[in-house]
Design a protein around this ligand. Structure first.
Ligand SMILES: Cc1cc2nc3c(=O)[nH]c(=O)nc-3n(C[C@H](O)[C@H](O)[C@H](O)COP(=O)(O)OP(=O)(O)OC[C@H]3O[C@@H](n4cnc5c(N)ncnc54)[C@H](O)[C@@H]3O)c2cc1C
Length: 399
């Protein structure tokens, strides 16, 4: 390894951290990654991956691995949750590839995580440490010393905080308080395709819009399973920061009691539900919130967002690609590490903030009731395709 090679410390071991490790290795850096859990695992179920994310995975050579595990829905369909009537649709499939240059995929989180993990493990410059909770860091003119909870330390040229919604790195770097509950609960289930009524076997992303709630369903694992998310407005229990099954099935049945028969069938078909209390932060207001000196934030640690645009993991993957580009430029001697991180933050913060803001707005639009709901449905009926198509997002960042 030449003298220009930077050594990165990465806090976290989720999709963002692994993507960052891969991009940094590909840029010629060495990395040490520190995940608090004793084993790599991913909670939750499905993820939608817009073309802006699949394009990057393909550029990293992971297209074939994604093809083997993901589903590639033919369209996104918006429906009324009470009548089940189709309101609007956006064609995906080959049309998405033609429009955006990459496919719109849906995948199980574990499958995406496993693909990234395998790719990182194949990099000689990557060391992965499990059971390694980050407690804090000290930054000097020349580097960063990472402090683990068990007393171990590690030294590097930069620290990337990819430690998620409740980021310890952010807490120390920005001291700007905790992410706040949004007032939504998410219920998630996986249903085997074989257990689904015929109406729910279509190869598409379905979104049922209702007053103060909505339901999203899409295939994962090559279409063998349907991933279902029910989002309802409601008081989040204090301290609910992870999956919690207790009472979830009864909550879902109650939430969907006045919905169309398809949704009632869905509630019945699910073997179990996980419950998640959503939290986010206000959209970023500047690059300094994303990087300063030798410390940078990435993914949910930097810009946690509501899931109503299905872009949180995609933004983490975009962050990682941009970090890799900034580090590659640094390796060529064009800038030092703080400058590379500043360039990364400068390139990323506005786009991520826009997606955070749009995610919040989508939630409001999805959950409208009364005359506003009627007006929304009428608009979707007239120009649904245009409203659902987001070229500025799906085309990704020009490179
Ligand atoms: C209901 C719901 C639906 C969603 N749907 C989509 C979707 O369709 N498409 C999409 O793109 N996104 C979606 N998202 C968002 C997406 O899940 C997240 O944005 C993404 O997983 C963030 O990845 P991350 O690596 O930044 O954080 P995380 O996945 O939270 O990973 C953080 C990692 O850091 C570790 N960690 C935490 N603290 C420490 C510490 N002190 N030391 C060491 N390790 C630590 C954790 O154990 C974890 O492994 C959804 C989110 C929700 C809640």
């Amino acid at each position: 390894m030449g003298p220009m090679t930077a050594h990165l410390l990465i806090a976290g071991g989720g999709i963002g951290a692994l993507a960052a490790a891969l991009a940094a290795c590909r840029a010629g850096c060495s990395v040490q990654l520190f995940e608090q859990a004793a084993a790599f695992s991913e909670v939750g179920a499905g993820l939608q991956l817009g073309p802006n994310a699949t394009r990057i995975l393909q550029a990293w050579g992971l297209g074939p691995a994604l093809d083997a595990v993901a589903a590639f829905p033919e369209r996104i369909v918006a429906r009324s949750s009470t009548s089940g009537r189709e309101l609007a649709c956006l064609p995906l499939g080959q049309q998405a590839v033609q429009r955006y240059g990459a496919p719109y995929a849906t995948a199980h989180r574990r499958d995406l995580h496993a693909i990234l993990l395998q790719a990182v493990r194949a990099q000689t410059g990557a060391q992965l440490h499990l059971g390694s909770a980050v407690a804090g860091f000290q930054e000097s003119m020349h580097g960063v010393r990472l402090q683990l909870k068990d007393g171990r330390q590690a030294d590097g040229d930069a620290l990337i905080g990819a430690d998620g919604l409740w980021s310890r790195v952010r807490e120390q770097a920005l001291a700007d308080g905790r992410a706040q509950p949004t007032g939504h609960l998410a219920y998630r289930a996986l249903i085997a395709r074989a257990d689904l009524p015929a109406a729910l076997r279509a190869h598409e992303v379905s979104v049922w819009l209702g007053a103060r709630q909505h339901v999203v369903a899409y295939p994962v694992r090559g279409g063998e399973w349907l991933n279902v998310v029910v989002i309802v407005q409601g008081a989040a229990s204090q301290g609910l920061t992870g999956w919690d099954d207790v009472g979830a099935a009864a909550d879902v049945r109650q939430a969907l009691a006045n919905c169309c028969s398809t949704l009632q069938d869905l509630a019945q078909a699910a073997p179990s539900w996980g419950r998640w209390s959503l939290a986010d932060r206000a959209p970023m207001a500047g690059a300094a919130q994303m990087a300063a000196g030798r410390i940078a934030l990435l993914g949910d640690a930097a810009h946690p967002m509501r899931p109503f645009l299905a872009q949180g993991a995609a933004m983490a993957i975009e962050d990682a690609a941009e970090l890799g580009a900034a580090l590659a430029a640094q390796r060529a001697g064009q800038a030092d590490i703080p400058a590379a991180l500043a360039r990364y933050a400068g390139q990323r913060w506005q786009r991520a903030a826009r997606v955070q803001a749009r995610s919040r707005r989508n939630g409001q639009i999805f959950h409208l009731s009364g005359p506003m709901q009627w007006a929304r449905n009428a608009a979707l009926g007239l120009m649904g395709h245009r409203l659902m198509d987001l070229p500025w997002l799906y085309r990704g960042t020009a490179r």
